[in-house]
Ligand binder design. Structure first.
Ligand code: PRP
Length: 190
């Protein structure tokens, strides 16, 4: 499908199509190969920790391309800044409940890194639980929005500071089911 042929019902709410389904597919394939290369010789259990809700489509596509034994876990977290503090706090709505974390290589799966607060705090929290290793994989990265230093270990693509929707990403909980990633028209949210 070309960028002009994304004839999905909500394409009309998009200013542009940032990533077509085919582009997303090739990104997930590239990430899966890099992930395999990183973990193929590790004796530990690979655990993908999917951060709800936005990462779900990305995680389901990505995990099926990783040709290694792996297990799946879910977390739901939200971050909020605290005044002028550098790192803010993280609220855990759904936690990772397993006791074998020292035997696990955890790979956190995110749809997007924005301020960096969520993954910065979450990776620290997991390290404090004595996980064997913690790495992060994000489909999208907006480095221009960083408020705390954070560099994902695996990154699909860096994008400009635009309001993106689709393939898990929402505006007011809508648009997550779009098969592409688009830039929402400003008149929709302003
Ligand atoms: C998004 C995204 C990350 C976080 C990134 O989640 O999935 O978890 O924001 O932002 P940050 O780098 O500024 O911390 P969101 O809170 O929108 O929840 P959702 O996935 O349920 O839509």
């Amino acid at each position: 499908m070309s960028k002009k042929e994304c004839a999905c019902y909500d394409e009309r709410d998009c200013k542009t199509i940032l990533l077509t389904p085919e582009e997303i597919d090739s990104i997930t394939t590239r990430l899966a190969r890099a992930i395999e290369e990183t973990y193929k010789d590790s004796p530990k259990q690979l655990v993908l920790v999917v951060i709800l809700k936005g990462s779900m489509p990305f995680a389901t596509d990505l995990m099926r391309k990783i040709h290694l034994p792996l297990q799946l876990e879910f977390m739901k977290v939200s971050s909020y800044g605290v005044g002028t503090k550098a790192s803010g706090e993280i609220r855990i709505h759904l936690d990772l409940l397993r006791e074998d974390l020292p035997e696990c290589d955890v790979l956190v799966i995110e749809d997007i890194v924005d301020s960096g607060r969520t993954l910065s705090r979450l990776t620290q929290l997991l390290k404090n639980r004595n996980v064997n290793s913690v790495k992060t994989c994000t489909l999208l990265d907006k480095p221009s929005r960083r408020e705390v230093p954070f560099v994902p270990d695996f990154c699909g693509v860096q994008i400009p500071d635009e309001f993106v929707i689709g393939y898990g990403l929402d505006y007011a909980e809508e648009y997550r089911n779009l098969p592409f990633i688009g830039v929402l028209k400003p008149e929709i949210y302003s």
